[in-house]
Design a protein around this ligand. Structure first.
Ligand code: TMP
Ligand code: ASP
Length: 247
């Protein structure tokens, strides 16, 4: 199908959203720009856009095949995907299977603690405020969504975690944690949006016990560990190996 790229609707830190021929669809471009710590740290990583676009497409397809509604419609090219045009719900939902990152900076919970059941945190999506964590009471006060919708979002996030954790386990990768974003499409349906890639997930290589060597995600950039693109490439390679087995 031919989707002509229209005007720029929105530019974020890692993606650009363009209008396309159909008013209820958009074209999303994955950029090579990398940011961390609320964009205090910035760089351009050649090839990242392509890898994140392909990884996200494969993971959205996996979720769809497991009955999880997402905004993904089809890949358009190596760095563009076609997705539902959505109203973004301004929250970021983080689910953690192992303790690391901000959880260990902000609490005395030791690195690598297994979180069973997984810990689900809600953040307010606002760069100017530094995406602050929300309590249930603050979430109600903000009145961003109904509590019924919030429960749906939490349940979808837990289901996504189960599907992805099991899937990555089979690729010898530990899914440490990840962040999801949600929106409603033109039919008012709640869908998983944004991207699912090493930019917003943490992956540890089960075959490597070195605490730095095993990191295969944006922590390599955040912590200046080098080898960012090789790590992302490794994630895509393992995904592509499984899809070639099933096709
Ligand atoms: P955190 O430990 O820094 O809170 O991150 C938890 C997960 O959320 C991790 O997989 C990285 C992801 N994440 C984002 O996708 N965007 C963000 O702005 C932050 C802070 C984290
Ligand atoms: N995506 C966020 C930022 O740029 C933070 C992060 O992923 O660590 O600023």
């Amino acid at each position: 199908m031919n989707h002509i790229q229209g005007s720029l609707i929105y530019e974020g830190k890692a993606k650009r959203v363009f209008a396309c021929k159909s008013p209820d669809k958009v074209l999303i471009e994955f950029k090579n720009d990398a940011t961390a710590f609320n964009a205090k740290k910035r760089s351009e990583i050649k090839g990242k856009g392509r890898l994140n676009c392909k990884i996200s497409a494969a993971l959205f397809e996996l979720l769809e095949s497991n009955g999880i509604p997402t905004h993904f419609l089809e890949l358009h090219s190596e760095t563009f995907m076609i997705a539902d045009k959505i109203n973004v719900i301004p929250i970021e939902v983080v689910i953690r299977n192992l303790a690391t990152g901000s959880l260990c900076r902000e609490t005395p919970i030791p690195q690598g603690t297994i979180l069973n059941p997984p810990l689900l945190d809600i953040y307010y999506k606002d760069d100017n405020l530094g995406d602050p964590i929300l309590t249930e009471e603050r979430l109600k006060l903000l009145d961003l969504i109904s509590m019924i919708e919030m429960e749906k979002i939490k349940n979808i996030t837990r289901s996504v975690n189960k599907i992805l954790k099991e899937y990555f386990d089979s690729l010898d990768l530990l899914l440490v944690d990840f962040k999801l974003e949600f929106g409603t499409n033109s039919l008012g349906k709640l869908v998983v949006a944004d991207e699912i890639s090493p930019d917003n997930c943490r992956f540890w290589d089960k075959k490597n016990s070195d605490p730095k060597g095993r990191i295969l995600d944006k922590d390599r950039f955040r912590q200046d560990l080098g080898g960012v693109i090789d790590a992302y490439e490794e994630i895509l390679n393992r995904i592509e190996k499984t899809s070639s087995k099933t096709t």
